[in-house]
Design a binder for this molecule. Structure first.
Ligand code: GDP
Length: 715
């Protein structure tokens, strides 16, 4: 079976937005317009988009699907039925809330591009900045859409300025609005110098016209700015331009396309999704400027057998490799594993190798979700996105590949959970259900972790914030019917060392029969941040927070006991020396020891290692670490003094203040332990007019007096 669609016509993209900026509305309009290309006649008099969405919901597919496929033909293309003109869009869902960093990061990883939606009244909001930074990290090409221009108080200029100022000076306007607030009708496209307005019940008819006289002067001015910015990207075009020759429209678009793909330019569009204005032109921009999978750098990974780096290109002829990016339950089909194929092809009914776990999985059915149906496909090709039904052991971020050509794709890096709480099932039956529910939820979300307290046997869950855990507990109750008592949120403290030390651990017992003999000498120091992807020699184990170097010479500790030593060290690290919090960022060098021909055993070496660890940790200036959050509070000016005073009282560091529309924004770094329940405090301090967002920034040493309190409370 051959590919049904040329890869250069595929666009995998997401819609990124601050909550309330209009992501849902934009997505609904996209599904409507893309579906409407063959269905527009079916929308009857009096029917609204909402009715249409209701019908979609009844079919059981909503825009909350992890990925949805639709087709788009550029507005200007004459023949909408001509398949060779169509592009295939795979729209990948990205979550709105900041507590779901994992989801945002994970989805960014599989996006080839994004539409970033802004509220035309508020402009850039704190969360847009965070998301923009994530997109920068993975270099996702972006198109901006300033939405809600119909709202009272909306301003394209102000929102555009906030993008330039707070996100990137490389943003450039492609349009200017025709009217704002109640007068908003459409936009002038600066490249073509045409005015676009929208008529029909759903704005489905895109009407092209002349630029209104009163906008002509501005349009010319901003067009010149745009053309200059584009030609700057290309020496040949630049020279021609300096000699007075403007490149053709096609040339300009080609240069712009390249620049967008390279993250050198972020084109800015505008409109109102709710009032059906502008969305189609953004879809044209997706076709024109966002990359197809062919234009991306190759996927990189490691051969799990040899440790060598491998590259895979978006070609059907290379061995299969894909990444699972989302598990989701579909009411009709059951458990779906969404995956993005980087190279090769995969057929339904075949076997695939999960190189992350080292297990084989059978691919039952493969489906693609469309707005109005679940399409079953026999085969998926490089660059595509689809979902497999019935995979058993594959979780989010696992690599699936050809067993004969194994590769583990570069892991998605997730921030670590900073808040935890205890959770206790009401009955024995709940206990069982809870186990299943928690396992499922943590499979779906890598920043949600479940652990058992060794001493009390209680279950502890941890995540990215109070809200994150609240929602997960809520889902556990609602979707899995678990009745449970939930404790207060606690800060996920850690311990580490500031100094370095040496220690010896000796576990020797000679009490009749067979004795015990384990003896090791270690050096301990703080682990420097390292590049985990880098190949290292085989006597070093390296993870995010732990490094173990086996420096044993001449077999003074026999090779067979080395894993036991490492295990003993890890176990000792899991309960810190000061207050029992897990220890992090420690590097251990095992450099000496001894053994006994008869009495030595794995267990003896494990105990000796853990004894050595404890002694070394004690001598190496142990400290407690706490999560510090990046906080932004937005309040009317009259409350500024109270807010900054209050934050300073919370050991917060005020890092800056700025105007934010009619309000002031305060930036601060504050320890998480001081921030529980802050939304309630903020509300009462500001007569309900303050707003805040908070996000993990880094771990820092807890001041001595507070550390003493923490230690005392844990005794
Ligand atoms: P999301 O939270 O980003 O998914 O945002 P929604 O699409 O749910 O929109 C949030 C609110 O803004 C809803 O009440 C929408 O009806 C409204 N909204 C969305 N787009 C527009 C728009 O273009 N103009 C106006 N006036 N309201 C809009």
């Amino acid at each position: 079976m051959n590919r049904d669609y040329p890869l250069e016509k595929v666009r995998n993209f997401g819609i990124i937005a601050h909550i309330d900026a209009g992501k849902t509305t934009v997505s609904e309009r996209i599904l409507f317009y893309t579906g409407s290309q063959h269905k527009i006649g079916e929308v009857h008099e009096g029917e609204t988009t909402t009715d249409w969405m209701e019908q979609e919901r009844e079919r059981g597919i909503t825009i909350t699907s992890a990925a949805i496929t639709c087709f788009w033909t550029r507005t200007s293309e004459a023949d909408k039925k001509d398949i060779t003109k169509k592009s295939r869009f795979n729209i990948i869902d990205t979550p709105g809330h900041i507590d779901f960093t994992a989801e945002v990061k994970r989805s960014m990883r599989v996006l080839d591009g994004a539409i970033v939606v802004f509220d035309g009244v508020a402009g850039v909001e704190p969360q847009s900045e965070t998301n923009w930074r994530y997109a920068d990290e993975v270099q996702v090409p972006r198109i901006c859409f300033i939405n809600k221009l119909d709202r009272a108080g909306a301003s394209f200029e102000r929102s555009y300025a906030s993008i330039l100022d707070r996100l990137s000076p490389r943003a450039i306007r492609m349009q200017i609005p025709i009217g704002e607030e109640a007068e908003h009708e459409g936009a002038v496209d600066l490249l073509t110098m045409k005015a676009f307005t929208f008529s029909g019940k759903m704005g489905e008819e895109v009407v092209e016209g002349e630029v209104p006289a009163e906008l002509l002067e501005n349009a010319k001015k901003y067009r010149a700015e745009l053309i200059e910015r584009i030609v700057e990207q290309d020496d040949v075009a630049m020279n021609a331009y300096l000699e007075g020759k403007e490149p053709s429209l096609e040339e300009l678009k080609a240069i712009l396309h390249k620049a967008v793909v390279a993250n050198q330019i972020f084109p800015v569009y505008c409109g109102s999704a709710l009032k059906n204005k502008g969305v189609q032109l953004v879809l044209d921009a997706v076709v024109d400027y966002l990359p197809s999978p062919l234009e991306l750098p190759p996927a990189t990974g490691i051969n799990p057998k040899t440790g060598d780096s491998i590259e895979r290109h978006a070609s059907d002829d290379e061995p299969f490799c894909a990444i699972a990016f989302k598990l989701q339950t579909d009411p009709f089909v059951g458990a779906l594993t969404f995956f993005r194929v980087y190279s090769g092809t995969l057929s339904s009914g075949s076997y695939v190798y999960n190189s992350t776990t080292g297990t084989k999985e059978r691919i039952g059915r493969i489906v693609r979700l469309q707005a109005d149906k679940r399409e079953e496909v026999e085969k998926v090709f490089a660059g595509e996105i689809a979902a497999a039904v019935g995979l058993k052991d594959t979780k989010t971020s696992h690599t699936l590949c050809d067993e004969a050509n194994p590769i583990v794709l570069e892991q998605i890096k997730f921030p670590e959970p900073v808040v935890s709480l205890r959770i206790e099932p009401k009955t024995k039956a709940d206990q069982e259900k809870m186990g299943i529910a928690l396992r499922k939820l943590s499979d779906e979300d890598p920043t949600f972790r479940v652990a058992t307290d060794d001493e009390t046997g209680e279950t502890i869950i941890s995540g990215m914030g109070e809200l994150h855990l609240e929602i997960l507990v809520e889902r556990m109750k609602r979707e899995f019917n678990v009745v449970a008592d939930v404790g207060k949120p606690q800060v996920a403290y850690r311990e580490t060392i500031l100094g370095s030390s040496e220690a010896e651990g000796k576990y020797i017992k000679q009490t009749g029969g067979r004795g015990q003999y384990g003896h090791v000498k270690i050096r301990m120091k703080k682990m420097e941040p390292v590049d985990l992807e880098k190949k290292i020699s085989k006597n070093i184990t390296r993870e995010d927070h732990f490094e173990f170097i086996n420096n044993i010479k001449g077999g003074v500790v026999p090779q067979e006991y080395i894993p036991a030593v490492e295990k003993g060290l890890r176990e000792a690290m899991s309960r810190g020396f000061l207050a029992g919090f897990p220890m992090v960022d420690i590097s251990i060098d095992l450099y000496d020891g001894s053994y006994h021909d008869v009495d030595s055993s794995e267990i003896a070496f494990k105990i000796a290692a853990s004894m050595a660890f404890k002694e070394a940790a004690q001598k190496a200036k142990p400290v407690i670490l706490e999560p510090i959050m990046r906080v932004e509070v937005i309040v009317p000016e009259q409350f500024m003094g109270d807010i900054t005073g209050n934050l300073s009282g919370k050991r917060g560091q005020i890092e800056g203040m700025e105007e934010r529309g009619m309000n002031k924004a305060v930036h601060a770094k504050v320890p998480l332990s001081e921030m529980f329940g802050y939304t309630t405090i903020l509300r009462s301090m500001t007569e309900g007019r303050g707003n805040m967002t908070m996000e993990f920034d880094h771990y820092d040493t807890v001041p001595k007096n507070i550390a003493d309190d923490i230690i005392a409370s844990r005794k």
